[in-house]
Design a protein around this ligand. Structure first.
Ligand SMILES: [Zn+2]
Ligand SMILES: [Zn+2]
Length: 343
């Protein structure tokens, strides 16, 4: 089954404007199945509030290790690793706790318009991370502001102002996938930043709005019931890369499928590593008519407009799909699958 949720959010435990209670309400109101909050350098809500189902939303607390650069999202730890250590050390600390680790907004541009520096990942080489935050709503939105006019337009319709994952991040993802599976997620990085004072205040993504934008759609064998079991199932599926992510503001991506069809065996799906010779056909299906592309090692091997694309694979490689929607006469980035790895 498929569940949908939001990852990477900040509350008053760090620099967000909302309380955890307000944010989980926003997630539940948006019909999300899960929410993973990641305050900077603290896991205090884990003990203050506790994880579990709130209405129908599983609310989990991760953290974001946040030195000036090299932010690391950590899901499933009991103590947030120390940001004053070297990146490989705080990553290893998280791994030692059995937690998932994602390099956050690895090619962040900063906010050139406001002279805010880049929060990119620059501690290379780095080993042992679960995956990449391939698409970060806040980085995408703020990194492309060009002036007052574009800022006003982007504030009015933030989800239409997104440019999609950074090309460099996609390149890194495709390249890393050649040696091992690397899970990709999309994060909101929502803070509800207020600029100015009422009645002239502007907000960069209020929580209820954000919960309807960049979401992760995760495939699981079962869902619900015991919160501990649900947490283990969810984090296991995310670690495996069994998910796609999409900008729901443009259209709900529930039901999107990406499979490698194998005669006499169950289809391979996102996150799977299988022998290349076993897969006869790659099949992408979309719940909405869209521009569909299947890529091998970062290069498109075929595309169409519609709801289905089927292609034979072209030998071993990292295969993933990208979908764009046309809105207001423009083609906008919409949904991205995790790869299927043909070896
Ligand atoms: Zn960050
Ligand atoms: Zn953040």
């Amino acid at each position: 089954m498929e569940i949908v949720g939001a990852v990477h959010g900040h509350s008053r435990y760090s620099d967000g404007r909302g309380t955890v209670e307000e944010i989980r309400d926003a997630a539940a109101d948006a019909g999300l199945d899960f929410l993973i909050l990641t305050d900077h350098d603290t896991l205090a809500p884990l003990t203050d509030i506790g994880e579990g189902f709130y209405r129908n939303t599983l609310v989990l607390f991760g953290c974001e290790v946040s030195p000036p650069t090299n932010h690391l999202l950590v899901f499933g730890a009991v103590s947030c690793p120390d940001r004053s250590r070297r990146p490989q050390e705080y990553l290893d600390d998280a791994r030692g706790q059995g937690a998932l680790t994602f390099l956050a907004h690895p090619h962040d541009r900063g906010v050139p318009l406001a002279h805010i520096p880049s929060y990119r990942w620059d501690a290379w080489p780095i080993e042992g991370y679960t995956g990449l935050e391939v698409w970060n709503h806040l980085s995408d939105w703020s990194g492309h502001l060009k002036g007052l006019g574009s800022a006003v337009r982007a504030l009015r319709r933030p989800a239409h102002a997104l440019h999609g994952p950074e090309a460099e991040t996609l390149r890194l993802w495709d390249e890393m996938g050649r040696t091992r599976p690397v899970a990709g997620i999309a994060g909101l990085d929502v803070h509800d930043v207020q600029i100015g004072r009422p009645p002239f205040a502007a907000h960069i993504f209020r929580y209820p709005y954000a919960m309807r934008t960049l979401l992760c759609y995760v495939d699981l064998p079962a869902w619900g019931g015991d919160p501990e079991a649900a947490k283990a199932d969810l984090l296991g599926a995310i670690a495996h890369g069994r998910l796609h992510f999409a900008n729901r503001e443009l259209g709900d991506a529930r039901g999107l499928g990406f499979f490698g069809l194998r005669p006499g065996a169950p289809p391979a799906t996102m996150g799977d590593e299988v022998p290349a010779g076993e897969v006869q056909e790659l099949r992408l299906t979309s719940p909405l008519a869209a521009d569909l592309r299947i890529l091998k090692d970062g290069t498109a091997i075929g595309g169409t407009s519609g709801r289905e694309l089927a292609l034979p694979p072209a030998g071993p490689g990292v295969y993933r799909a990208e979908l764009r929607l046309r809105r207001d006469g423009r083609s906008l980035p919409w949904a991205f699958t995790n790869p299927i790895y043909l070896r």
